[in-house]
Design a protein around this ligand. Structure first.
Ligand SMILES: NC(=O)c1ccc[n+]([C@@H]2O[C@H](COP(=O)([O-])OP(=O)(O)OC[C@H]3O[C@@H](n4cnc5c(N)ncnc54)[C@H](O)[C@@H]3O)[C@@H](O)[C@H]2O)c1
Length: 262
């Protein structure tokens, strides 16, 4: 070890000069992750379907002194994601990080689950993770580097009586997709990992938050006794995008206050 080694240690979480694309970048978690990656030096591209909400996320990053741009895309539409990648390459000449946060939830008892809702969840959460992985993965494989972080959930770890036939199944698929891509792309210098959080109080979980009985059931399952906060997810995502995680791939990191520990 020498001074150069110390310098490397200091840079373990430094993303300066890197370009990161965040799907679902206007959502509650996406906005926080965008700002968090920018605080660590990345230039951030937030993407989603509505320019107006994306502009809010850009303003968040700029408030933190970071650089961000908004580009619309639909993660379930390959041509739209390809157009996004082309625009990012034209504007910045590089892409280093993809964070897939876009997702939806629908809960119903399995025996009454409307097939249309089931398909929508699978389409948004599974196909909508695969398409950006495929499009940006092609670039990462070619350039021989890239970090992908997918968003899973504790619902991928075990079943839950609360109507998660579609959502849990979709996140289980995200876990295996993460491992599959990690094993295919490791030899090309591409890392693929996932963050699997427990519940946050965001619009996605509004129906749980509004039902005191249900809210208690959820919190009782978390040994640390609280919901996740956006910053909990930001820390893990920054880590998985940073040089600190260069030797980590194919992992699902549960950010869950001990929920899946016992
Ligand atoms: N909120 C929670 O408690 C929780 C817990 C575990 C995992 N997650 C996961 O975290 C992610 C973000 O959740 P959130 O709470 O921020 O939800 P959110 O609804 O605030 O954000 C999700 C974003 O994804 C976007 N999106 C959905 N479908 C899209 C599509 N086809 N193309 C482009 N964008 C699309 C939405 O417009 C929205 O901006 C989701 O994948 C969710 O499953 C959330």
């Amino acid at each position: 070890m020498d001074k150069q080694w110390d310098q490397r240690v200091k840079s373990l979480f430094d993303l300066t000069g890197q370009v990161a694309v965040i799907t679902g970048g206007a959502g509650s978690l996406g906005e926080g992750v965008a700002r968090g990656l920018a605080v660590h030096g990345a230039t951030v591209v937030v993407t989603g379907r509505t320019m107006e909400t994306l502009q809010k996320a850009v303003a968040q990053v700029e408030e933190a002194g970071g650089k961000a741009v908004a580009i619309t895309s639909d993660v379930t539409d390959e041509a739209s994601v390809q157009a996004l990648a082309d625009k990012v390459m034209t504007q910045f000449g590089r892409i280093d990080i993809l964070v897939n946060i876009a997702g939806i939830a629908r809960r119903h008892p399995a025996e009454k689950f409307p097939l249309d809702d089931f398909r929508k969840v699978i389409e948004a959460n599974v196909t909508g993770t695969f398409i950006p992985c495929k499009v940006f993965g092609e670039i990462f494989v070619r350039q021989k580097h890239g970090k992908i972080v997918n968003t899973s959930s504790v619902r991928a770890f075990a079943g839950h009586p609360g109507g998660y036939a579609a959502y849990g199944t979709s996140k289980g698929a995200v876990n295996l997709l993460t491992k599959q891509l990690a094993t295919e792309w490791a030899k090309h210098g591409v890392n693929v990992n996932a963050v699997a959080p427990t519940i946050f109080w965001t619009p996605l979980t509004q129906e749980v938050l509004e039902d005191e009985k249900l809210k208690k059931i959820f919190l009782d399952r978390i040994p640390m006794g609280r919901a996740a906060e956006v910053i909990d997810m930001v820390g893990t995502t920054v880590y998985l995008c940073a040089p600190a995680a260069d030797f980590i791939t194919g992992q699902v990191v549960y950010v869950d206050g001990g929920c899946t520990a016992g």
